[in-house]
Write a protein of this length. Structure first.
Length: 677
């Protein structure tokens, strides 16, 4: 018992030291997560058509690019896309540093967001303890999906900057200083924003919440409202921000289009069914990115901050609450608008935290509490009990915050390495949504200029191959809305002959992710595959004299793929096309360096397919049929799969394989097992 009493205080002090330094551990986790989570290749094709726009603007000496320039199919210029400022910045960075410059830009934006929130905590008088550190981690993780290197990144950063300016104005006004420089910076920001990305439209509900919130504060919490002079400046700055939106190369037409389309749905967007950015965060993509979980966590933390503030007898700023309410529908609307809530949550939660709660882990709040009640008698005892309760509460809060941070960080890091997106990996480069090696191969060939291609890969194709080739469609979508249904159904494999008859192209570059469309070309007697890379297969017409001397080839990069889902797609294509050498090589990769990225059942099915092929070559038809049947439980049966299975099953039940019928089946099977040349 004596030993227990003596070791107890030491253990408590040690535990207190751990929890007292929890914020440093969480900050270390935050920067580790940023380093790992954002170390990924360019996994979006949009960047490249933005670079092409910038190149066009510089070559033609105009800030209004021609949207119809890059395609041979019908393309409209009716919809305005104004992002010239961000596009020129991106182009300048790309010209200087290429892929590393894009990675640096993304890291710089994320770190700037963290720095602004960290400074905001100090500015509003909040001790930067464990809770603030966890909030930063949550904000970074929730916003990560929309921080790709493209104009949208500017909107993400500008949203944080808008909030930082507003709360800076509040802090200055409440401290008796002028808020003018903060508030007049907002229309300057809007001027840059309107010329960088259409996400500026999302600033409107935030500014409205600021204005209405100040009016409510004036009525119900005068101590939190702007002074009359600052209020006049706030309204003047808001009006100036509205006027700033017309200062674009398109004048008033651009902001009017944004309002008509996004507030009233004036332009039908059939591409919404295709583009995940237009889908709800409560769909499959959103759940895979944990957006519903992050949303619930942010709301729970904010509600807790409000409750603790009210319990402490401190007033609640109406503008802060209205900002959160304005951001909530945007978070639930679709993936493209989810970045607003993490930004608002970060500033709002920090502003609403009572000081004694915010300081958990910093050692200051609890330290001050222990200094109170230093008298004698019963008051002294109750003071000690209160101090011990405060210490205990601080340790519990710090422990929970540290555990939450460890859990979030571990999951984010593990998924970045072992569960990357379908075209991504842990590292840098250009992701496999972009047909890099395919484009290089095309650039060397004497083929016709009109490409059949898929929505996702068109951005890179037009950037790399224009003017030598022209795309059918690309991820801009808006120039092609009038015939979007045609290409959508073509991409899904629902239309083929009728589509090719209506739109006559020369070469097909078909993403392997669209397996049905790929199989349509493989089945066609008029087309043959000539090249396959990590992203797409390239087909030429059999009667094209320019392609007569071109044989079948594979991209060198297939020897060392870094994404399991990508390797699986190439494996499936190789099976369908009879490219057994590539298929067998990919089996080794899938069971080697890529094994950790795929489910064990998928790997077992892949191994079964390899065994079926090897057994069939050895003439062990019964065993081969059983293995192929097991393998086909994973994937849709292609024509080659079905034919092989039927032949193997037939041979496995034939007692005499020397008959003419058996020999005919053996010859047909041997034909299927030949390596494509």
């Amino acid at each position: 018992m004596t030993l227990y009493r003596r070791s107890g205080p030491r253990a408590a002090r040690a535990l207190g030291a751990v929890f007292g330094n929890a914020r440093y551990a969480i900050l270390a986790l935050l920067f580790a997560v940023i380093a790992i989570r954002f170390a990924e290749p360019i996994s979006d094709g949009d960047l490249f058509w933005h670079l092409a726009y910038a190149r066009q603007m510089l070559e033609r000496g105009t800030l209004i690019p021609d949207a119809s320039l890059y395609s041979w199919t019908p393309a409209s210029t009716a919809i305005i896309y104004c992002a010239w400022l961000s596009e020129l910045i991106l182009y300048a960075l790309w010209s200087i540093g290429g892929v590393p410059a894009m990675a640096a830009l993304r890291y710089a934006a994320v770190l700037a967001i963290v720095a602004l929130l960290w400074q905001h905590a100090a500015r509003v008088g909040q001790p930067r303890g464990t809770l603030v550190a966890v909030l930063l981690l949550l904000v970074v993780l929730a916003a990560a999906p929309v921080t790709l290197a493209k104009p949208e990144l500017f909107s993400v950063f500008f949203t944080h900057l808008l909030l930082w300016l507003y709360f800076g104005a509040l802090a200055a006004d409440r401290a008796g200083r002028s808020a003018a420089r903060w508030l007049w910076s907002i229309p300057v920001l809007v001027l840059a924003w309107i010329n960088s990305h259409g996400g500026v439209i999302l600033a409107a509900p935030l500014v409205a919440a600021m204005l209405l919130g100040d009016l409510l504060n004036r009525r119900f919490a005068p101590s939190l409202a702007f002074t009359p002079k600052a209020r006049r400046t706030l309204w003047s700055a808001a009006l100036a921000s509205v006027l700033a939106t017309v200062v674009t190369p398109y004048g008033i037409a651009y902001p009017m289009q944004l309002v008509a389309d996004y507030a009233f749905g004036a332009t039908a967007r059939p591409d919404a069914a295709w583009n995940s950015a237009h889908q709800s965060p409560f769909g499959d993509t959103g759940w895979a990115l944990h957006l519903p979980e992050y949303g619930v966590a942010m709301l729970a933390v904010f509600a807790w901050c409000i409750w603790r503030r009210r319990r402490a007898g401190e007033p609640v700023d109406a503008s802060v609450v209205l900002l959160v309410l304005a951001a909530l529908p945007l978070y639930a609307l679709y993936l493209r608008t989810t970045y607003v809530l993490p930004a608002v949550f970060g500033y709002a939660a920090i502003a609403m935290m009572p000081s004694r709660v915010a300081g958990h882990g910093s050692g200051r709040a609890s330290g001050h509490a222990s200094g109170h009640g230093s008298g004698h008698g019963s008051g002294h005892g109750s003071g000690r009990e209160s101090a011990r309760g405060s210490h205990r509460g601080a340790r519990i809060a710090a422990a929970l915050a540290l555990l939450a941070a460890i859990g979030l960080s571990a999951r984010a890091a593990w998924e970045a390495v072992y569960r990357p997106g379908a075209t991504s990996w842990a590292g840098f480069g250009i992701g496999h949504v972009n047909p890099v090696e395919e484009a290089e191969w095309l650039a060397r060939q004497p083929l016709g200029a009109r490409l059949y291609n898929i929505f996702d890969s068109g951005g890179y194709l037009l950037w790399r191959l224009y003017p030598r080739y022209r795309v059918m469609v690309d991820s801009r979508a808006f120039p092609y809305l009038a015939w979007f249904d045609d290409q959508y159904r073509f991409s899904l494999g629902e239309r083929f002959d009728s589509f090719l008859g209506k739109y006559e192209g020369d070469v097909a570059v078909i993403d392997l992710a669209k397996a049905s469309a790929v199989r349509n070309f493989l089945r066609s007697g008029q087309w043959r595959p000539v090249f396959v890379g990590a992203t797409a297969a390239i087909f030429v017409r059999r009667d094209d004299e320019r392609a007569r001397a071109i044989g079948y080839a594979t991209a060198p990069g297939l020897k060392s793929l870094r994404n399991g889902a990508t390797a699986l797609r190439v494996f499936d294509f190789a099976l369908d096309a009879g490219d057994w050498n590539t298929a067998l090589d990919l089996v080794l990769q899938l069971h080697g360096p890529l094994a950790g990225q795929l489910d064990a059942r998928v790997l077992a099915a892949v191994a079964a397919h390899r065994q079926a092929y090897l057994l069939a070559l050895e003439g062990k038809y019964s065993e081969a049929a059983a293995q192929l049947h097991r393998a086909l439980a994973r994937r849709f049966e292609s024509d080659r799969d079905r034919a092989m299975l039927v032949m193997l099953q037939a041979l496995s039940i034939m007692p005499d394989r020397s008959t003419p019928q058996a020999q005919q089946i053996v010859a047909g099977l041997a034909k299927l097992l030949e390596q494509r040349q």
